[in-house]
Design a protein around this ligand. Structure first.
Ligand SMILES: [Zn+2]
Length: 140
């Protein structure tokens, strides 16, 4: 007999960084921030929210659930001022594709004003965690 509520799929477990013994269960899109996932916490008998970068381990089933979730959460590509699609080589499209690729890894998307690298001042991708650009991370 399961100790989890009926709405929990026990195949969809994850653990968080620094707490590998405590299983949480993927639930749904809480529509709080891009990439945030609602999870059931059996310890508190409550729902909380996590991002991909906070997950340490997960079941195979959960890994595919997360991949699909992140793809479905990708922000739309930028449009022209008149609302039309941009050419593939438009710098805004190039930057968006780079950000989407990183989003698949981080599950994080900053919606505030542009953030700048704390080291060199380059504008950071919205999916970049922390305050260092990729160049400064490589050179540190
Ligand atoms: Zn930098």
């Amino acid at each position: 007999m399961s100790e989890n509520p009926d709405f929990i799929d026990e195949k969809l477990w994850i653990t968080l960084n620094g707490d590998p013994e405590k299983k949480l269960y993927l639930l749904y899109n809480p529509h709080t921030h891009k990439g945030r996932m609602g999870v059931w916490n059996p310890g508190t008998q409550d729902v909380s929210y996590v991002s991909k970068n906070e997950i340490e381990t997960c079941s195979t089933e959960a890994s595919y659930w997360i991949k699909g979730f992140i793809c479905g959460n990708e922000p739309d590509p930028p449009l022209s001022k008149k609302g039309h699609d941009l050419e593939d080589d438009n710098p805004r499209m190039v930057r968006w594709r780079e950000a989407i690729k990183l989003f698949a890894d981080t599950g994080f998307w900053w919606l505030g004003e542009d953030r700048k690298c704390a080291n060199c001042g380059k504008v950071l991708l919205p999916s970049r965690l922390g305050l260092l650009c990729s160049d400064c991370i490589k050179n540190s």
